[in-house]
Ligand binder design. Sequence first.
Ligand code: AHG
Ligand code: MN
Ligand code: MN
Length: 313
Amino acid sequence: MGEAGQTKFQMDLRRYLREQEEDRNLTRLICEIADASKYIVNSIRTGDLGVAGTSNLYGEDQLALDVLSDRILRKRLLHSGVVANIVSEETSDIISISTNFDGRYSVAYDPLDGSSLVDVNLAVGTIVSIYEGGELLQPGRNQVAALYILYGPRTTLVYSTGRGVHEFAMNQLMEYTLVRENVRMQPKGSIYSPGGQRNLYTPGTESFVRYMEENGAKLRYSGGFVPDINQILMKGKGVFMYPHLQGSPDGKLRLLYELNPMSYLIEQAGGAASTGRERILDLQPRQIDDRAPVFIGCKEDVAKAEELIRAQG
Ligand code: AHG
Ligand code: MN
Ligand code: MN
């Protein structure tokens, strides 16, 4: 980090957003989410590890922690005064907060991605996608901001408002302070993070995995989307995939809550995100629970995946 970087180092999130001259309501919104995450961290550290006794739109059993994190975020967004509509991976409908869209934002979020990893003490995260106005079913390229919070050995928050990707870490006072500005990805990398069962891969994906292995890539897959993406982003190299599988042509991950925000962040850092056939951020969502296959990370690696999938399926 240069001279200017050193003076900014450890600046708190609110002040940093103000100095970047971000829109006041957007600053408010990001800070509300950051505040909510303090309560989510606390629930992860000390809360109930059991099931909630309910299931979500995908038929997955909800954990008490999924439901609680969802409630914590929803409450904050509801009272923020700057939000129009919200939708979460853990709810079955869009919730309207205000019909006056003027100066307001709409938010899609996964309150606790990877929640089934909490009982084995692995890292999990919150993922957030932000649009201007009231529309949530629009291509991800229209996002005005995206962020994630990673609950690992440290809690970090990574955001972009379309002007670079910046990383903050929670300090002992539970404030987020600047760690890294303008995180950038290399054109190609030596890490691969392959989701889904390999015996269900299509020939194109199988060839891509072989290509990465032959080029000396190391396997890094934790089963948590947030830590897996964070590793690729912060090391500036590698590719994560959760491909189309035989029997699951759309893979597993959700467009609104997982893929769009992460694709926005990775593109902002100079990387790319594709279904293997088209850019993730160009997909028009039809429903809130749309899924899509994903290859995300270094530009040249993602282009290689596309080339092999185009040729072999
Ligand atoms: P969620 O916990 O919100 O349902 O999503 C988990 C996701 C993601 O974190 C990870 O990349 C993927 O599911 C892991 O799936 P597999 O267990 O199939 O590898
Ligand atoms: Mn998820
Ligand atoms: Mn989730």
